[in-house]
Ligand binder design. Structure first.
Ligand SMILES: NC(=O)c1ccc[n+]([C@@H]2O[C@H](COP(=O)([O-])OP(=O)(O)OC[C@H]3O[C@@H](n4cnc5c(N)ncnc54)[C@H](OP(=O)(O)O)[C@@H]3O)[C@@H](O)[C@H]2O)c1
Length: 251
């Protein structure tokens, strides 16, 4: 079960963090992985890391917020590789600031990257999947879409909308053989959360608040992704799977 041999997976934001762990996990199951990010040197490091694990990796640098560039990159994959079976729409950004000080420009920047750009690219990938009658689309949501948290107003708006999109796309794309789900991570130790895990006070709060009493690791998300990306998850669509050590289930 969960053999991905012969399948092609595109993972946005996979030069580090959750995306890189996802690329490794899908690759170890046999998929050809296409990694993405904006910084060429980070991508080269990620490719070398995956190659050392024996994973067949293609590098596709593009900025998801440049819609023409990202759609062009997907078209290149469709021309050269022939298909995309698994799409993990994972690249994301954060801006932390108090609501009353939050600049509108930052709100628009975060919502564009975390929602609008993903909608545009995901829809283009879905068109190719529709042609082949098969696909697995997985978005990265967040527990901030489920539980309120201060200073992340734009991020929360985008991720909550993403959870809604999952249900809407699942409804519309099921007839094309495409499942659409999301993973909502809790607190995972990556570059995105550096400001939190380098703060001993925050970690003390987290270890008290999370039933499993620890930070999540990128691999905790990657294993869930393998399940949702596999053929065997065929009757699951429109779902948000929360990977948070029990945080959102507990007061
Ligand atoms: N870490 C957590 O606790 C947590 C919790 C809930 C949800 N999430 C979500 O999980 C996803 C991955 O987060 P992470 O923690 O792994 O973050 P990360 O360590 O900061 O990694 C982000 C990745 O996305 C890429 N990226 C950023 N902006 C991009 C753009 N415009 N175009 C293309 N690639 C871009 C980065 O590479 P470049 O900078 O080189 O482009 C990097 O590879 C995000 O959607 C995030 O919102 C994370």
């Amino acid at each position: 079960m969960f053999d991905l041999s012969g399948q092609v997976a595109l993972i946005t934001g996979s030069s580090r963090g959750i995306g890189l762990a996802a690329a490794r996990a899908l690759g170890l199951q046999g998929a050809t992985v296409i990694i993405n990010g904006r910084d060429a040197s980070s991508l080269a490091r990620a490719r070398d890391y995956l190659a050392a694990e024996g994973i067949d990796t293609l590098v596709l640098p593009f900025d998801i917020t440049n819609i023409d560039q990202s759609i062009g990159a997907v078209d290149t994959v469709l021309k050269t590789v022939g298909k995309i079976d698994i799409f993990f729409s994972n690249a994301g950004i954060q801006h932390r600031e108090k609501l009353l000080d939050f600049p509108l420009s930052e709100f628009e920047r975060v919502v564009f990257a975390n929602l609008t750009a993903q909608w545009a690219l995901g829809r283009h990938v879905a068109a190719g999947m529709h042609e082949q009658g098969y696909g697995r689309i997985i978005f990265t949501g967040s527990i901030t879409a489920l539980l309120g948290r201060r200073e992340v107003t734009a991020y929360t708006a985008a991720k909550a909308a993403m959870h809604g999109i999952v249900r809407q796309w699942a409804t519309e794309l099921s007839a094309s053989g495409i499942t659409v789900n999301a993973i909502a991570p809790g607190y995972i130790k990556t570059e995105l959360t550096t400001r939190l895990w380098t703060d001993p006070e925050f970690t003390a709060w987290l270890e008290n608040r999370v039933p499993m009493k620890k930070w999540g690791e990128p691999d905790d998300v990657a294993s869930t992704l393998v399940f949702l990306a596999a053929r065997e998850s065929r009757y699951i669509t429109g779902q948000v799977v929360v990977v948070d050590g029990g945080l959102s289930s507990s007061m």
